[in-house]
Design a protein around this ligand. Structure first.
Ligand code: PMP
Length: 298
């Protein structure tokens, strides 16, 4: 997907012109994937752009860095302020925000402890990740033959750069076969999540989503949807799911910062159908929440 250029990118403490936000070819993370990142959105509100659950995203960035023993040379508060100023200075109404913390230039090899840690925050306007149509009509998904990373190989609990090779394999496989998005099972065969989204299934009025231990990312949209659903009085269960739980669902949907809340129309060509009433209800409230119209879910 093309990137729409804005004016400035925050790098290691200051805003620099977009075209000057560069790294050396011997950047450690380019060779070994040794970075962690976040995906955040700012939405247009009456009071200007508002970043949805910024503190939770920055805290997850620090948790990802902890898993890889990366010392971030800034505080949570510093990166919250840096994110806000990057959005403000670029004068956008809404945008996607990509903070990235990576092992930079100054050493090679697999012991990265002497390599400096760099931090950047880029923003750009980004519409619906799976297409505007997807929000209305849903997507066609396929279960990938690639399994989700094992927690004892490359922990899915982190949002680490190199780990996304796994999602890229899945995405390439299913899009080449004509589907919109991939679902990954873990190595035991339980459903984990999409290539970049959490998944929810509704059956007989009860909403279920795989637990984090199944290899799903601790999604912030997932958490918002759970809170919204519980507040509306729906039963929500975190439980292990197999592929047939997806085939036999009354409703299915993805959640994610980039994707937002996207209904799933079919899985492996088993029809789920048009977006159901619970999906619609949660989607509607979610879009109000991100625009600041549902203060209890901000
Ligand atoms: N699973 C994976 C693998 C992801 O990459 C993402 C996107 N960060 C999600 C789930 C959804 O997480 P969030 O709602 O925090 O964006």
């Amino acid at each position: 997907m093309a990137i729409e250029k804005v004016e400035k990118i925050w790098m290691n403490g200051k805003l620099v012109p977009w075209d000057e936000a560069k790294v050396h070819i011997l950047t450690h993370a380019l060779h070994y994937g040794s970075g962690v990142f976040e995906g955040i959105r700012a939405y247009q509100t009456d009071k200007g752009p508002a970043v949805f659950r910024l503190t939770d995203h920055i805290k997850r960035l620090f948790r990802s860095a902890k898993i890889y023993s990366m010392e971030i040379p800034f505080s949570v508060e510093d990166l919250i302020e840096a994110t806000k100023s990057t959005v403000r200075e670029n004068k956008v109404e809404s945008c996607y925000i990509r903070p990235v913390v990576f092992r930079g230039y100054g050493g090679m090899g697999l012991n990265p402890t002497s390599v400096p840690v760099d931090v950047a925050i880029a923003i750009w306007p980004w519409g619906a990740y799976l297409g505007e149509e997807s929000l209305e009509h849903g997507v066609r998904v396929k279960i990938s033959s690639f399994r989700r990373n094992e927690p004892n190989a490359i922990p899915p609990a982190a949002k680490a750069c190199g780990q996304y090779l796994n999602s890229i394999l899945a995405k390439l496989e299913v899009t080449a076969a004509g589907y919109d998005e991939a679902v990954l099972l873990n190595s035991q065969g339980y459903v984990s999540d999409g290539s970049g989204e959490n998944i929810f299934a509704v059956r007989n009025g009860t909403i279920a989503t795989p637990p984090i231990a199944s290899g799903a990312l601790e999604g912030i949209t997932r958490d918002s949807i759970i809170k919204i659903a519980q507040d509306k009085g729906y039963k929500v269960r975190m439980r292990y799911m197999v592929r047939t739980d997806l085939y036999l669902a009354d409703e299915l949907f993805f959640t994610g910062t980039a994707a937002e809340v996207v209904p799933i129309h079919s899985v492996d060509d088993r029809e789920i159908g048009d977006p159901g009433p619970i999906t619609r209800d949660l989607q509607k409230t979610f879009f109000k929440a991100v625009k600041g119209e549902e203060p209890k879910f901000i």
